[in-house]
Each structure stands twice: as structure tokens, then as C-alpha cells.
Design a binder for this molecule. Structure first.
Ligand code: BGP
Length: 488
């Protein structure tokens, strides 16, 4: 499809930036907060880069006013953040912690005072530890009830102030990393447990949306999904079929459930044949069907390329000894076997010869962003909200005290250009949140993998003063917002 002239972004387009509680707040035990599974997991030796954790992070809990002032000076229209469940309910259920709720209400009020639209994520991975210990976390249906209580408290307190709500952040990533590759809590390598927990999370997502309809009738709610388009390595029909399998396995497995209320047939059948399909109880499918989201949040970093799988089906146990690419959230494959679905050999991951990579080995693929937006919009017919996109890089402070992150400007510029083409193609888009506003803690890669528009002066070992310094990209994004992406 070719266009003479690209169309403008909608007038009320939400130019924003995103974050997540554990990666910025710090204050891990302040004002009655209970521990989360990440507070525990990051303390296990060898799990994170140089043993980094979010105990202090970038101290946003104490500096949120300064951070929001910087957002307002930039002209930011939306700010996506997540709520830490165990700040609200220290035990995950039961007693509500008033101070935790106050913090988020103050944050939301501050944003609104500056005309910044709050976009609230309910779950960005930090499950209260008490629920993990008491119920085995997402492996038990009891946690659905706890999640409902948590949602109810937040809807009740913030439902009139916050319009945009995200249920789960990247369910595909945190379940795979947590239950398959032991690189997130609960540190497991068991695909049966993965698919069981994932199903329970689907039910929790549906319950949260159902309750939202009752309590926040004017609000908008949807999940944020880590979407990666899948390319076939060649035009060979076998590779094309493999790419369809990979799309089914990596994307539709979640998006069909969110939007159509059912699992994709082929993948479900493969899992059943291997004895690892989730247990569906009576009433589950009816519930899933009742919870269509208002929009789909899309987090885009990169996609993947696959070929026909020529590797024999292996048990997950035999693959557990291998190294895997923890930085590759969508096509998480053991490096040597290069098979995404070892126990269900539907495809095999491959290198894409056309794409460059970041310092952390993530492919840079702006056109893939347009492909992603179009695929999702065509399949599910829902407005899209880009809830994450950005470049992790090692920024340096110059002698003059500036950060000249032209590579980030270049990356964002190319992606926003492709997004503009997608809008011109006809994709309905609510907004775009770059990842991230300030530098923050990368889950597994410490503080040197920086994403922010605002530099935060701290390292893995030295918290320093955590001074905030707007980077060159901060000023670039400010101009872009001011003319609504007209001159990109
Ligand atoms: C997404 C997560 C974010 C963020 C981002 C960058 O998957 O939703 O929380 O961490 O990836 O990832 P990383 O920090 O690993 O570079």
C-alpha cells in the first residue's frame, strides 16, 4: 500500500510514556507495603544483572512530583504507570492499606492537575508474595478472588478519575519467563504449570473486565500484550505454515482469548495431545466470552522469524540445561535448539538476515511495527493503544553534562513514522506510550540498559543523588508532541 501523503494523527492522540511500579518506585517496604514476588526473586543469587533489585529503584515513590513536573514541561499527554498490588493489599487480600491507596490517588491527582491522562496498569508482574506462598500464586483459582478484591478497591477509589485501565501487562511474557524459563518468579520450568496458570490469569482478566463494566461504566479497559509479528524465513510453503503456527502459538493463544473468548483450535489441540493443555472447568468459556476489552494495548519491541521445525520433539526437561535468550521475550528459545515449541514442534526460530540488533540483541524492525498494528487491528477490530515501544541503550553523560541520545531519537522517529503509516492505512489508534519516561530498573538487566527521555544518575552499585537530567530525546519528543507528529 502506498500513500501520497500521510494522514495526521487524531487531534486528541495521547502522546505518552510508560513505567511499572517495581521498576521505578523503590520504597519497597514503606508505609505498610507488603512484599511482592519480585522483592523475593531479585534476591536469589544469579537471577538479575549484578544482583540489582527494586528496593530503591529510582525513588519515584518519594520524587513523583518532580517526575510529573518534568512530564508536564515536556507537554506529555498521557502517563502509563502500574499499581503495586501489595501496597494496596499487603497480604494480597483482606486488609486494605490506606497509605498505599493515598499514594496512587495523589499521583493521579498530580497528573490530572497538569492535564496528563493517567493510564493505570493493574498488574505489571509484582504479585503479592503472600498469595504466592498461601495459594501457589496464579496456579490457584483463589487468586482470582483476591485480584477481584484488589480491582474493586481501585475501581472504587479511582474509577471516577482514571479513564484508561490496563488489566495485565504482557501475559505472554511473564507466564513464559516465570513458568517455563525460570527467569521470572515463580522460577519454574514446567509447561503444564505454565498453561494452567495462564488459564487462571485469563479468567482473572475476564473477571476484572466484568467488574469494571459495573463499577466504571464510562471507563475503557484492556490488556497490554507483547506483540511480535512472525515472518517466514523463506517462501517455502513449509516455512509459511511454520510462521502461521508461530503466530498462533505466540500471539493468538492470548489475543483470541481476550477478544473472542476462545483458545485457537490448532494450538489447543497440540497441547492436548501432549497432555499440557489447561484444565477448562464448566463456566470458564462462558466467562471468557463475557469480557471483551474496549481496546488492545500493544507493546512492541520486535517480532521474530521462523522456519519449519526439523528438530525432533523433545521433552522440556532435556532442554532445561541449555542457555536461552532471556532478552528475547517473544520468541524465547533455547539458543542451541532454536526451537520455540520444543514439546510441540510447530516451528523453529531463525535469524533474520535483514535486521540489525540493539546492544542487547533485540532486532530493530520499525516496519514490523506497522505490520504488527495492522495484523492486530485486522484480526480483532478493536482500537489499539501502543502502551510500550522504545530502545534500551547505554547512555553516556558528556563533559557538558548532556546526554546526546541521537540513536534513541532515530529509533523512535522510525517507529513513529511507521505508526503514522499504519494510521494512514486505517488503523484506529488511541495513543502511543514510549518506554520509558525516566530511566529505570530493567527487570534482568540492571540500570545500564536505559530507555528514558530523562536520565537518572545512578548505577548498579551506587545510588548517588539520582539526579534527573532531560536527554536530547526529551526535547525532541517535546517538539513532536507540540505539533502532533506533523513534522516527523
Ligand atoms: C517489557 C516490559 C517492561 C520493560 C520492557 C523492556 O517487556 O513490559 O516492563 O521492562 O519490556 O525490557 P527490558 O528491561 O528487559 O529491556
Amino acid at each position: 500500500m502506498y500513500h501520497d501523503k500521510l494522514e495526521a494523527f487524531p487531534e486528541d492522540f495521547l502522546w505518552g510514556a510508560a513505567s511499572a511500579a517495581y521498576q521505578i518506585e523503590g520504597a519497597f517496604d514503606a508505609d505498610g507495603k507488603g512484599p511482592s514476588i519480585w522483592d523475593e526473586f531479585t534476591k536469589i543469587p544469579g537471577k538479575t544483572f549484578e544482583g540489582t533489585n527494586g528496593d530503591v529503584a529510582i525513588d519515584h515513590y518519594n520524587r513523583y512530583k518532580e517526575d510529573i513536573r518534568l512530564m508536564s514541561e515536556m507537554g506529555l499527554k498521557a502517563y502509563r504507570f502500574s499499581v503495586s498490588w501489595s501496597r494496596i493489599l499487603p497480604d494480597g487480600e483482606g486488609k486494605v492499606n490506606k497509605e498505599g491507596l493515598d499514594f496512587y490517588e495523589n499521583l493521579v491527582d498530580e497528573l490530572i492537575a497538569y492535564n496528563i491522562e493517567p493510564v493505570l496498569t493493574l498488574y505489571h508482574w509484582d504479585l503479592p508474595l503472600a498469595l504466592q506462598e498461601k495459594y501457589k500464586g496464579w496456579e490457584s483459582r483463589e487468586v482470582i478472588q483476591a485480584f477481584k478484591q484488589y480491582c474493586q478497591v481501585l475501581y472504587g477509589r479511582l474509577g471516577k478519575k482514571v479513564t484508561y485501565w490496563v488489566t495485565f501487562n504482557e501475559q505472554n511474557v511473564f507466564t513464559s519467563m516465570g513458568y517455563r524459563w525460570a527467569s521470572h518468579p515463580p522460577n519454574a520450568t514446567d509447561t503444564k504449570r505454565l498453561f494452567e496458570a495462564n488459564h487462571i490469569i485469563n479468567l482473572a482478566n475476564a473477571e476484572a473486565i466484568k467488574l469494571f463494566r459495573k463499577m466504571v461504566p464510562k471507563g475503557k479497559i484492556g490488556p497490554s500484550f507483547g506483540y511480535g509479528p512472525v515472518y517466514p524465513l523463506s517462501a517455502s510453503p513449509d516455512d509459511v505454515l511454520a510462521s502461521e503456527n508461530a503466530t498462533d502459538f505466540n500471539n493468538s493463544w492470548w489475543l483470541d482469548v481476550y477478544c473472542k473468548g476462545k483458545y485457537p483450535t490448532f494450538t489447543f489441540k497440540q497441547l492436548e495431545r501432549k497432555g499440557i493443555a489447561p484444565t477448562i472447568e464448566s463456566g470458564d468459556l462462558e466467562l471468557l466470552k463475557q469480557a471483551k476489552p474496549d481496546f488492545l494495548g500493544i507493546n512492541y519491541y520486535h517480532g521474530g522469524t521462523v522456519a519449519q521445525n526439523k528438530i525432533e520433539s523433545k521433552s522440556i526437561e532435556s532442554l532445561n540445561d541449555k542457555n536461552f535468550s532471556a532478552t528475547d521475550p517473544y520468541l524465547m528459545q533455547p539458543k542451541e535448539e532454536q526451537s520455540q515449541s520444543p514439546e510441540v514442534p510447530m516451528f523453529q526460530s531463525s535469524e533474520n538476515p535483514y535486521l540489525n540488533k540493539t546492544e542487547w540483541g533485540w532486532e530493530i524492525d520499525p516496519v514490523g511495527f506497522r505490520v504488527a498494528l495492522r495484523e492486530v487491528y485486522a484480526r480483532y477490530d478493536l482500537p489499539l493503544f501502543v502502551t510500550e515501544n522504545g530502545l534500551g541503550a547505554k547512555d553516556m553523560v558528556t563533559d557538558e553534562g548532556t546526554i546526546e541520545d541521537d540513536y534513541r531519537i532515530d529509533y523512535l522517529n522510525q517507529h513513529i513514522m511507521e505508526m503514522k503509516k499504519a494510521v494512514t492505512d486505517g488503523v484506529e489508534l488511541i495513543g502511543y506510550c514510549a518506554w520509558s519516561f525516566t530511566d529505570l530498573l530493567s527487570w534482568l538487566n540492571g540500570y545500564k540498559k536505559r530507555y528514558g527521555f530523562v536520565y537518572v544518575d545512578r548505577t548498579e552499585q551506587d545510588e548517588k543523588e539520582m539526579r534527573r537530567i532531560p536527554k536530547k530525546s526529551y526535547h525532541w519528543y517535546k517538539e513532536l508532541i507540540a505539533d502532533n507528529g506533523e513534522n516527523i
